[in-house]
Design a protein around this ligand. Sequence first.
Ligand SMILES: [Zn+2]
Ligand SMILES: [Zn+2]
Length: 311
Amino acid sequence: MRCAAIICLALLSMAFQPPSPDARRTAVGDLAELPPLLRRAFSAEVPEFEPIPKPSPHDWLAVHPETGQTFDQFKASHPNRPTDSRRVIYLQPLGEFAADRSPSIEKLREFAAAFFAMEVKALPALSLEVFRLTTRRNPNTGNLQILTSDVLDFLKERVPADAFCVLAITMEDLYPEPSWNFVFGQASLRERVGVYSFARYDPAFYGETRNSGYETLLLRRSCKVLAHETSHMFGLAHCTFFNCLMNGSNHLAESDRRPLHLCPVCLRKLQWSVGFDVRERYRALERVARAEGFADEADWLSKEIRILHGE
Ligand SMILES: [Zn+2]
Ligand SMILES: [Zn+2]
């Protein structure tokens, strides 16, 4: 009985509580010194940015009660920033990206270039056989998997001189060590390299039918994971303040619910790091979202652009 009470108390103290309006303002930080446009773009008190709701039992924050990272904490962590000499994001395709079941590398590159307002270059694809990366058949499902540490070791040796980071992307499944079933991706922030798989964003991976429009769904999911994971390379931790691209996610439905854009806290972090013009970045993102059929996201961006123009 006493044990049960103690466990309950421990669980209660761990349970994630959505932050108050005050806590969200604190997370954005002091905006007083910024020009009016940025004060509006980073405002925590506008309706277009929804506060994060209380998580359901299997959601990320119910399982991993994170405390969040304010803008001031982000700055104090001395994150990697692009410099004049290290300013290119490299995408390294790994294995085959068959046109009928993979997102287009060029579309991913365009999206990332708009999202980070940086130059993004795709390197020539690497063949798994030629580079002898360690692979296995998953003991339960039998599907091919690549060992992530092998990929990271390979990338570390080949980081181009002008790279901010190098991200391997693949349609093959990944595993981080023999005892694990799989992993979506892994990165080394210090070495500025990462590897991410889009395999589990394709309905066919789970034996489901690819319904009409699945290409848009697969591209959207892949753009989302690419933007989320690349933002980690800039030192952005998971967001616990708003509905945001940087929210952690524990399952596909939760990941699908996340928006494709950043909340004011995370947008301020990325803007501090890269120094882009917020309106120009939104305009570039809107063009890509519209062209690729991400209609709700394109509408959100159009509205935000109008707001930032004072309309
Ligand atoms: Zn993450
Ligand atoms: Zn956020």
